[in-house]
Design a protein around this ligand. Sequence first.
Ligand code: PEP
Ligand code: MN
Length: 361
Amino acid sequence: MTDTRLQDMRAQVDVINLQILELLSKRATLTSDIGKVQAELGTTFYDPQREAFMLEQLERNNKGPFSNETIKALFREIFRASLALEEKEARAKILVQRKTPDEKTIIRMPDGYEIGNGDFTMISGPCAVESFEQMDTTAAALAERGVRILRGMAYKPRTSPYDFQGMGEPGLQIARQVANKYNMYITSEIMDLSQIPMMSDYVDIFWVGARNMYNSFLLKALGHVRQPVILKRGMSATLEEFLYAAEYIVSSGNPNVILIERGIRTFEKWTRNTLDIGGVAVLMLESHLPIIVDVSHSAGRRDIAIPMAKAAKACGADGLMVEVHPNPPVAMSDAKQQLYIHQFHELMDALGDVRKEPVAT
Ligand code: PEP
Ligand code: MN
């Protein structure tokens, strides 16, 4: 074989490569258009029957020299690439998905207080409202350190139906009274959409707990409230499921959603859950919504709150959620993880300044 023959054949291969490339691109455009129609119709992208049909057709028409197995392997790769492209395009349409690196949702409360503006937002208070005195003592300490968002939990999702279930509406009344006294905002967990009208009179920020993250009917209903919504990650929810839950609220009309990572269930026993700090970093890349780290439910113990809080701040999270109680050992829920008031002060000292640097004018 002479050099010119070799060069000639290589040139033909180059041309074929470009033809294959053109056909692949044409195919990708077509499958992406199919994906758009499927999205409109609400059907899924991946259709195993259609894939099986295409592979069978290729097998029937294959005249060699490649074996049927090789041809099928090559085409499966093409199918996979098309599917990945369709999924990427679908993700770009998701409202909670960050579109540009500097896109950020800043939540503005009625008096101008902001969440997600670069300050490190503190959300704190006892696990549950137990009495006026308990809320008042706690809120006084929190207010002293500039905390503006108070946990006023009146409905508790407990593992056992025989455990304390929360004070109900009287608990909300106490929380409201105390919050007004210290110029704070109340956030409180909602269990069911039937509670929206009643709770709207008391709470400044609705709170959806981990157990309700999958309650799409509740999430859709919270798309219609005027208050922002704090949404906790389900205890075994993937980040994708978490963002889709937020999408339910945002796509129903409420753009003011705050995400909370609260630890996920793993094999580890020495912490109640495992704080997914990597997940927080991923959420910061994937979504423009503010993200808060719950160092109480993710740990289940108070002795590691400070290093976990430091990790949350260092990671760039928008803030921290920590439970504080005047006398944690006698608390009616989560007694092991709530901080003593002196520990809360230590935590605040350890975090240093939680406000953003003033913008130079
Ligand atoms: C809470 O923060 O009050 C709570 C019940 O936590 P979670 O929903 O994360 O279990
Ligand atoms: Mn709790």
